[in-house]
Write a protein that binds this ligand. Structure first.
Ligand code: MLY
Length: 266
């Protein structure tokens, strides 16, 4: 459900252009999602990427899966595109001579992992190999993003959200993703071939949920903004780039307001 947000109108209003599809490492026709809730598969543990774990599909959103590692808690769900190279059918790890690992933060004693594994797989519905996608789309040869271009991007602090965003900076292979209508707290740098960024229209095509832009006006000095009109205009987090080299202005978080955690309701 796209709400009332229309890219067409929005691009006109902002006089901005959408980053062309060839900038992205995404397939031009989004990958079909034939997974079902409850199916199990193998996934890299996002918190320990050398581990391959068992994951259960706990939700579907467009071309993405909401995954939960078996033996983990429900506070560490993560989202993957169905054509991600970080997911594979059960059996792949062993076939490649690897061993399935307990997730980081395994709820039980490590010694009970073999039995846990046996039980979690017993009678489980395993996602059939045919619904996986053979390969990720190839990375574009170079970073073709330009500052000001619009896109849709995963909010990495709230990864269930895909939101309207703008390229804030281009630096070698990196792009600064800034979220429209939100201040720097959610910004991040990523490689131009990141799987977390999508061309304008992606969510409409996949049926994923595109969030509307935030309500914060850009370029309006705080002191001039009518208090109350721009909700939360005094509350900001710190936008810290994952790459060194561009120290952003460090803003203090207002005490009393906790960092946004993954907690419902969405
Ligand atoms: N509950 C969060 C949601 C913030 C989402 C920001 N994204 C869309 C850029 C909060 O209000 O802080």
């Amino acid at each position: 459900y796209q709400g009332h947000f229309s890219w067409e109108k929005y691009l006109k209003e902002t006089g901005a252009i959408a980053a062309p599809a060839h900038c992205f490492r995404q397939s031009t026709t989004p990958p079909v999602n034939e997974f079902k809730a409850g199916m199990k598969l193998e996934a890299q543990d996002p918190r320990n990427t050398t581990s391959t774990c068992i994951a259960t599909v706990v939700g579907l959103t467009g071309s993405r899966l909401r995954l939960r590692l078996d033996g983990s808690d429900n506070k560490n769900d993560f989202w993957r595109l169905v054509d991600s190279s970080e997911i594979q059918p059960i059996g792949s790890c062993e076939k490649n001579g690897g061993m399935l690992q307990p997730p980081l933060g395994f709820r039980l004693n490590a010694s009970s992992w073999p039995m846990f594994l046996l039980k979690t797989l017993n009678g489980a519905e395993m996602a059939p190999a045919r619904i996986f996608h053979k390969e990720e789309p190839p990375a574009p040869e170079q970073n073709s993003f330009q500052v000001g271009m619009k896109l849709e991007a995963v909010d990495r602090k709230n990864p269930h959200f895909i939101c309207p965003a703008t390229v804030g900076e281009v630096r070698g292979v990196e792009v600064l993703v800034t979220f429209d209508g939100w201040r720097g707290a959610f910004d991040y740098y990523c490689r131009y071939d990141s799987r977390d960024i999508f061309p304008v229209g992606w969510c409409a095509l996949t049926g994923d949920n595109l969030q509307p832009p935030g309500t914060k006006a850009f370029g309006v000095p705080k002191t001039l903004g009518a208090p109350g009109l721009l909700p939360d205009s005094s509350v900001e987090g710190t936008g810290t780039p994952p790459t060194p080299g561009r120290p952003p202005p460090q803003k203090k978080r207002k005490p009393g307001r906790k960092k946004t955690k993954l907690s419902g309701p969405w």
